[in-house]
Design a protein around this ligand. Structure first.
Ligand code: HEC
Ligand code: HEC
Length: 219
């Protein structure tokens, strides 16, 4: 895989502006303003919707029916809701999800997002510890020799993300690898400021495989 980083010199400085803004700016304002305890009835409504419309692929408690599907358990509710709105509007393109999301009202979107956030995320134990170790380096330090920023600067210690940033800890590795490739090839849109497009287009195949191996096993 070629590195496009070298062809885009002017963009290096952007990380220093974007990373703290996304990681800390949002957590300090939007996220802190959210109510702490979600309403129990929202979760119950969300559970019913999930069972009927989502469980076949994402699993009854959101861990993903197979390793190909996104795990939604423990995913940040505002991020889930944002993705659902983007599937519904067609901004994020997915033949399957665009039709699933467009049947949900705004209330249903919030309920189902609250339900999934309340579920326990899964862990995919690493099958290749050496690869996972390389992934930890990428997560914590990026690749300083190729202008790849450290994932931790936005997704946070422990891979928890925040209101607008997805949780990556325990996400299905195969799903994450596919998303990184989608960002790199600009097949996945809805990524405001194209942050992940820039990140992913600077990654080698090995860096992608290593970092998802590490993150899948993160609790
Ligand atoms: C037939 C299978 C199927 C069903 C049913 C389904 N999904 Fe999905 N879902 C997918 C696939 C496949 C993707 C990955 C799309 C992509 O590659 O961008 C996905 C992605 C998502 C994502 C994005 C996850 C992320 O981390 O960005 C969310 C959120 C989501 N689905 C929620 C739901 C909800 C809520 C329902 C029920 C209303 C549902 N899905 C029903 C297959 C399904
Ligand atoms: C400057 C901030 C920033 C940095 C650095 C960053 N990310 Fe992201 N990442 C984001 C944002 C914002 C999104 C959500 C974009 C969207 O809505 O599509 C995201 C989304 C993702 C997703 C999609 C998750 C899902 O559930 O579909 C993956 C996978 C991901 N990032 C992995 C990484 C990896 C691996 C690195 C390090 C090599 C990294 N990110 C570095 C901000 C960042």
């Amino acid at each position: 895989m070629t590195r496009q980083a070298s062809h885009r010199p002017g963009r290096n400085g952007l990380w220093r502006v974007l990373a703290p803004l996304l990681a800390f700016g949002l957590s300090g304002s939007v996220w802190a303003a959210q109510p702490v305890a979600p309403a129990a009835d929202d979760i119950a409504t969300g559970a019913k919707l999930a069972e009927k419309h989502c469980a076949a692929c994402h699993g009854a408690t959101g861990q993903g029916a197979t390793i190909d599907f996104a795990s939604l358990a423990g995913q940040n509710e505002m991020y889930i809701a944002k993705q659902l709105r983007e599937f519904a509007s067609g901004e994020r393109d997915s033949t399957v999800m665009d039709s699933k999301a467009s049947i949900l009202s705004e209330c249903s979107i919030r309920a189902v997002a609250k339900f999934y956030q309340s579920q326990v995320p899964k862990v995919s134990p690493s099958k290749d510890q050496m690869l996972a170790n390389a992934g930890q380096f990428v997560y914590e330090r990026g690749n300083p020799y190729a202008g790849l920023p450290a994932c931790v600067s936005c997704h946070g210690t422990g891979g928890r993300g925040n209101a607008e940033l997805p949780r990556l800890a325990g996400q299905n590795p195969r799903y994450m690898e596919r998303q990184l490739k989608n960002y790199a090839t600009r097949t996945r849109a809805g990524d405001s400021a194209a942050v992940m497009t820039m990140v992913a287009s600077r990654m080698t195949e090995m860096e992608m495989k290593a970092v998802v191996e590490y993150l899948g096993a993160m609790k």
